[in-house]
Design a protein around this ligand. Structure first.
Ligand code: 5GP
Ligand code: SF4
Ligand code: MG
Length: 464
């Protein structure tokens, strides 16, 4: 999911949030929503669909306010229905709160049971709404916004980047491991009388689009409070330890977003080079599976000296295939999405680079399309290791039995997707290329080494 928040009384906050969400559209395409606070009053609009389908100019103009939060959703818990769209708005003793969440809680059942005992009306089915009710419960027991939120955070286990609107300010939070990203931006003051204003966004591309400057990440285990007084920081977790999702770096986040001190384009190009060094092969051209494979393919081409070409043209208006919920929709999506270029491919030995193989369904279709367009050899290179384990922290990599590398060797996968050769990036190569401490990343979908404990029944639901 994508989360966004902005405090700026002198600006059209709904519109800024709309643009922010537009830049975060790749993080979720099922539903979109914005809540603005006008004094104590909340204006909420959310619906199924893309940001551009859910909002229009006239609707945004009916959402005044001094602050706003917004969300783009793809479901990992809870079904794909409008009641599950966010922001989740809940009433408290101190007024409404509007919560947006990126990530996935792992202790949902315990939390649900506890909250049910206190008679909360749990309308929807998401873990995010449970978090909103946990905060409301703490507020209603007499705590203020910050104390109440922090005490509720101690009840949440799993991955969470929250952006929460309240009548008096915006709360931004990352879990103690900082699994999902969240960044702070500054809107420079336009004149002497107006102070600088602050923005929260899942990724820096959400700051760029509204002309905000990247200040810093919200740190793992940090809570920030953005209000009329500016930005205040409250470390809330006793032992934060960064475990940023490596899949954000490899695939999920936009290449123009900055993470770990550089654009992800640079990181992805570097792992492409690393891949060429680890698993070279002679061929005539290097092509990418667009868009996610492009930077790694360019890196592969640079390191191998084999020319880069465009062999597949993507229809940019078809959403990410994996976000669509059913397998049959997914297969239809793939046919809609990519078209091979016969003039480029005919008679060529082709290296095709992609960021990941999850189920293997995309890859198999692409290989067939390349051969149908005249490629004489197809060598696949993947800029991440084999995905062998499901994610419990907010990326929908499916149950383990859907993951092709959970049961098959690289040779068997090569046979199934009908390539002449197949190689994956090494796990070490992936981490060393970050130029950061390798221990500061989660890479559990490649190893099964989950940094946040997962309750047994939850584990069993996705593991073979
Ligand atoms: P597959 O061959 O596994 O069907 O699809 C791999 C391609 O789809 C890659 O280009 C990857 O970007 C994307 N993809 C498909 N499903 C998922 C998924 O569940 N998670 C992630 N991270 N990427 C996926
Ligand atoms: Fe990211 Fe994989 Fe960890 Fe999930 S398991 S948070 S996808 S690295
Ligand atoms: Mg892809």
């Amino acid at each position: 999911c994508g989360v966004f928040g902005v405090y700026a009384p002198e600006q059209a906050v709904a519109k800024l949030t709309y643009f922010g969400l537009y830049a975060l559209q790749h993080r979720g395409q099922e539903s979109a929503g914005i809540a603005t606070f006008e004094g104590d009053k909340v204006h909420l609009h959310k619906d199924m669909g893309l940001v551009s389908q859910v909002f229009n100019e006239s609707m945004l103009s009916t959402m005044p306010g001094h602050l706003a939060v917004g969300h783009t959703r793809y479901s990992t818990t809870g079904s794909s229905r409008v009641v599950n769209a966010q922001p989740a708005v809940v009433e408290t003793r101190l007024g409404s709160l509007a919560l947006t969440h990126n990530g996935n809680l792992v202790n949902t059942e315990t939390l649900r049971q506890e909250l049910l005992q206190n008679n909360f009306n749990l309308v929807t089915t998401t873990d995010s709404e449970l978090a909103a009710f946990a905060i409301a419960e703490a507020i209603n027991s007499g705590k203020d916004w910050l104390e109440g939120t922090i005490s509720a955070l101690h009840r949440c286990q799993g991955a969470f980047s929250f952006v929460i609107g309240t009548p008096s300010g915006i709360i931004g939070v990352r879990d103690p491991n900082g699994i999902r990203p969240l960044v702070i931006g500054v809107i420079p003051s336009p004149d002497e009388t107006t102070p600088e204003r602050y923005v929260l966004s899942s990724e820096t591309c959400g700051l760029d689009i509204i002309g905000a400057e990247f200040l810093r990440d919200v740190e793992p285990g940090e809570l920030v409070w953005i209000s009329e007084a500016g930005l205040a920081s409250f470390p809330w977790a006793p032992q934060p330890q960064r475990k940023l999702c490596i899949f954000e770096m490899i695939y999920f986040a936009r290449p123009d977003s900055v993470m770990s001190k550089e654009s992800l384009y640079s990181y992805r190009m570097r792992i492409g080079r690393q891949l060429a060094q680890e698993s070279p092969i002679d061929a005539d051209i290097v092509i990418a599976v667009p868009d996610s494979g492009i930077p790694a393919a360019i890196g592969f081409s640079q390191a191998s000296g084999i020319p880069y070409a465009e062999g597949l043209i993507k229809n940019r208006y078809v959403g990410r295939t994996f976000i669509q919920p059913t397998q049959s929709m997914r297969e239809a999506g793939i046919r809609m999405k990519l078209n091979p270029l016969r003039d480029v491919l005919e008679g060529k030995r082709v290296i095709i680079v992609d960021d990941s193989i999850v189920r293997g369904t995309t890859s198999r279709k692409i290989v067939k399309a390349l051969r149908d367009a005249g490629a004489t050899e197809v060598h696949m290179r993947i800029s991440s290791p084999p995905v062998t384990h499901p994610c419990f922290y907010g990326i929908d990599t499916d149950n383990q039995d859907q993951l092709i590398a959970a049961t098959k060797s690289v040779a068997e996968i090569a046979e199934q997707i009908e390539v002449d050769s197949l190689a994956y990036l090494s796990w070490e190569g992936m981490l060393i290329a970050t130029r950061e401490d390798p221990n500061s990343f989660c890479s559990a979908c490649f190893t099964g080494d989950y940094p946040i404990a997962i309750p047994e029944p939850v584990k069993r639901s996705k593991l073979r």
